[in-house]
Design a protein around this ligand. Structure first.
Ligand code: FE2
Length: 298
């Protein structure tokens, strides 16, 4: 693998080493255009949750119990029923079964500590509190140890259906339920182990794209239908219908060589998606890729 080759991510050239040793935010940073900018109460709350979750992550204390505010609960109660209705029609069965098993309801924001205990019993996965989006390689290093990093803050109330960053609704209604499925848990853990074991920037980027177009934005075949499987789609009332029905979206079979060479823009609606035939298919493809890269994790 040639480390000197220029890598492109999000349309711009990147330093391959940044994929391997990325900078990590030690303080809350809201990106320009974030709906919470200028709202002092929101920023105070975000700083408080940032500090608690970062401490619990770094000291490996597990998810803290959070006393959610009435405003946070209001946002949850506004968004989750809309997503629920779309999930019933368009989400993969694996997801629907798991959400029921975990008893995630429309009324109350779940405590990640309790969900983590339940996951541990089912698939030996657990949840790691995250103060915000973690750099990709750090994120997947936790996953290689069977820990899934999850945020515990909620998007700003002025735009309940939009978040420019992963929040509790994205994580809890997108990522957490499928962790109850053994095939899914093993697929994810293998990506994590592979990312943690390589120091080649190009390989990290390839694995990142593999997970983006499956775990994050994947579609999957199920009993002759195409169902939503990726967390980024499952947690967005806009992306669910867009991913399945928009004529603007190109949908093509999941071919690993194509997927790992496809760049994407995470800041907008996705217009290129891949359809995987099954979770075991993705597992085999991933194993082949890891072998091809010579990463010693199998
Ligand atoms: Fe995500």
């Amino acid at each position: 693998m040639n480390q000197a080759r220029t890598l492109i991510e999000y349309g711009v050239p990147i330093d391959p080493q940044a994929m391997v040793t990325p900078p990590e935010a030690t303080e809350l940073e809201l990106e320009p255009g974030h709906p919470g900018l200028g709202d002092e109460g929101y920023i105070r709350r975000r700083k408080q949750l940032f500090a608690i979750c970062r401490k619990h992550r770094l000291e490996r204390l597990g998810p803290p119990l959070i006393d959610y505010t009435p405003e946070e609960t209001r946002i949850w109660r506004e968004v989750s029923p809309k997503l629920d209705e779309l999930h019933e029609k368009y989400a993969t069965q694996i997801y629907l079964d798991a959400k029921r098993e975990l008893a995630i309801t429309r009324g109350e924001i779940p405590q990640l500590r309790h969900l983590s205990e339940r996951l541990r019993r089912e698939t030996n996965m657990h949840l790691v509190p995250a103060e915000g989006a973690l750099p990709y390689r750090i994120f997947y290093q936790y996953i290689g140890e069977r820990g899934f990093p999850v945020t515990q803050f909620i998007r700003h109330g002025s735009h309940p259906e939009f978040t420019p960053e992963p929040d509790m609704i994205h994580d809890c209604l997108g990522h957490v339920p499928p962790l109850m499925n053994r095939d899914y848990a093993e697929l994810l853990t293998l990506i994590g182990k592979a990312v943690a074991a390589t120091t080649v920037g190009e390989q990290v980027l390839s694995l990142k794209r593999f997970s983006w177009f499956s775990i994050e934005f994947g579609l999957i075949e199920e009993a002759g239908d195409i169902k939503v499987f990726g967390a980024g789609i499952l947690s967005s009332t806009g992306e669910i219908p867009n991913s399945l029905f928009s004529p603007e979206v190109t949908r093509q079979p999941f071919v690993t060589d194509v997927v790992i060479n496809t760049d994407y823009d995470p800041s907008r609606m996705q217009d290129r998606l891949f359809i995987a035939p099954s979770l075991p298919f993705l597992r085999r493809e991933l194993e082949d890729l890891v072998r091809q890269f010579g990463i010693p994790v199998l």
